[in-house]
Design a protein around this ligand. Sequence first.
Ligand code: ZN
Ligand code: ZN
Length: 413
Amino acid sequence: MTDPAEAARRTLDLTSVVKSVGLEDLYQDLHRHPELAFQEHRTAGLLAERLRTAGYAVTSRVGRTGVVGVLENGEGPVVWLRGDMDALPVAETTGLPYASTVDGVMHACGHDVHVTWLAGAAQALAATRDAWSGTLVVIGQPAEEGGGGAAAMVADGLHDRFPRPDAVFGQHVAPGPAGLYSHTPGLIMSAADDVHITVPGVGGHGSRPEATVDPVVAGAHIVTRLQTVVSREVAAAESVVLTVGEFHAGRRPNIIPPEARLALNLRTQSPKVRERVLAAIRRIVEGECLAAGCPAPAEVTMDAGYPATVNDASLDEQIAAVHREVFGAQAVFDFGPAMGSEDFSLLVPAGVPYDFWFVTSTPAEVWQAAPGDELGEKLDAVPSNHSPLFAPDLSVLVPGVQALAAAALSQFA
Ligand code: ZN
Ligand code: ZN
């Protein structure tokens, strides 16, 4: 580990290289050609090609479409840099000249920016390898968007086939006036769980409800009653979001269907609260089915969720200090934990410290035109991640590479 001023000096030294590696072309190319989870073949290919050209030993198809590049550069710490690569099933409406050319698919979460940052940092650090010593491992992760890409890479031997890290870093684009770095020394992102519920009824004719058990009405009660979990069972100081995002039942107005299927998404920030809320969900579903007279108990199943992302506090403070040196003290702040979730922490071997931060990317003119005077009001008004209008500013490409490279350089000998 070097001191922040030295890491910043090394970072500024590689800036001319960062500017020379064609980041805008790569970014616009990726943005035009988004690929859904585990289909990132073209994206992975572009990243692998840049890594190979820069001198990395590249392994492709780690966890289906993942890419790992290793640059051994003498004695010193091992640093992992991670970027996710997948796009979303969102139809882009930005009208940008480099908008998506794939129907109904868009880089609406900015993972194209992440791949660009990763490639740029990898190239710049390789080109300036005389200035540092250690081992750099660059990871292009597939399927962050609910697909379990990190878990797939770990299952495919990520922890055994590549040098074990001393520190792992990642960063994510976020709404906010372009060029700020949000560092939180501890919990920065929430845990996410999906819960699937099947409510069994007894189907029949819409004119004879007395001969049926209507799962639509039971399901509606479940949805309504679930709204009391956060408001009545969780302390005011805790942060929890429970959203029922799916409700499927029936095909005709005059047929009472035999079952209803619901799915909800849960965001929590502590294991204790998570357990309490999951127990409440089970209890409410069971109780409403009993009240409705369902012919069998409801089925409640959970997907393997994403855990909370909890930064190593002292590592985060170190990296924040380096970022203050590189970008100025006014550019680094702590916006506190987000309700969003990531599988970044699942990539990290147990016991290894990691740091994850946000880089704000709303273009200045969009930010200025947004209604409101307060940061919060404007944040609600500008396009956010997953919006069909999400369009990170090109001005964040070079500094985002610097931010990632600075983190690596702060660890290397
Ligand atoms: Zn996302
Ligand atoms: Zn994302």
